[in-house]
Design a protein around this ligand. Structure first.
Ligand SMILES: Nc1ncnc2c1ncn2[C@@H]1O[C@H](COP(=O)(O)OP(=O)(O)OP(=O)(O)O)[C@@H](O)[C@H]1O
Ligand SMILES: [Mg+2]
Length: 231
């Protein structure tokens, strides 16, 4: 850990981040020059038009996709210079990712979807049950613990996806439209839960959303447009 970064509460620092997608037809410069500072305890909403690169940015922050250029540091540590194994380890332990499309594992139960990340992170069997219950309670889904994920409603899948992202108690929550399929009350419940987690002061959250009421819950709103992040 870099002392200076941790002293001033800086958790994430992104500078000059760019990402290009090369297809047979064209080279698409989705992110051109993204700068972002995230402090511990902070909640940030990222808004912007469809196709502006919000999911792409979240994937890069979650170490799921490499940028074409730029720098990315967590507590002063150069995230892009880490070997693949260390990156994979951080992905499992430090980041909780809520995918736009939920990405629950098919032909498994709700319980299994939450237990796999705990197993990969080496959480002992005896502790897993309590963590799974706690995470499901927080999204009001404990009653479906044995349910196959493909038989859940869209909103229920989304709530399980949120529980799965949080079950490892990640340092950084990266949530891509986490309330897109939810009614107002459940959307509110999830945002309240995120903020309860953040109130400890050592974690941070970046949430992509099209919903103004979700953006309003966040301390800062940034707009991604034309490959640049403003705000
Ligand atoms: N693997 C890929 N190869 C080529 N183009 C891609 C790839 N992934 C994304 N894109 C393109 O990059 C652009 C940004 O995609 P991205 O998913 O980041 O947008 P977004 O802001 O999350 O949009 P939405 O609000 O609709 O979810 C889009 O135009 C998309 O078509
Ligand atoms: Mg998206």
């Amino acid at each position: 850990m870099n002392d200076e970064a941790s002293r001033n509460g800086q958790l994430l620092q992104v500078r000059g981040l760019a990402r290009r997608y090369d297809t047979a037809a064209e080279s698409l410069h989705v992110l051109k020059q993204v700068d972002l500072d995230v402090r511990a305890g902070e909640s940030i909403a990222i808004v912007g038009p469809s196709g502006s690169g919000k999911s792409t940015l979240l994937f890069i922050l979650g170490l799921l996709l490499p940028p074409s250029s730029g720098s990315y540091r967590m507590e002063g540590r150069d995230m892009l210079a880490l070997d693949r194994r260390t990156q994979a380890d951080l992905r499992r332990r430090a980041f909780g990712f809520v995918f736009q499309s939920c990405n629950l594992i098919e032909h498994t139960t709700v319980r299994e979807n939450l237990e796999f990340p705990l197993m990969y992170a080496g959480v002992p069997r005896g502790e897993r049950e309590a963590r799974i219950r706690e995470a499901l309670d927080a999204v009001d889904m404990a009653h479906r613990i044995r349910h196959p994920t493909n038989l859940l409603s869209g909103g229920e899948q989304q709530r399980v996806a949120v529980a799965r992202a949080l079950v490892n108690r990640p340092r950084v929550i990266l949530a891509d439209e986490p309330t897109g399929q939810l009614d107002r009350a459940h959307g509110r419940q999830i945002m309240d839960h995120f903020h309860r987690i953040l109130s400890g002061g050592d974690k941070a959250m970046i949430v992509v959303t099209h919903d103004p009421s979700v953006a309003e819950c966040c301390a800062r709103v940034c707009m991604l447009e034309d490959g640049v992040l403003k705000g």
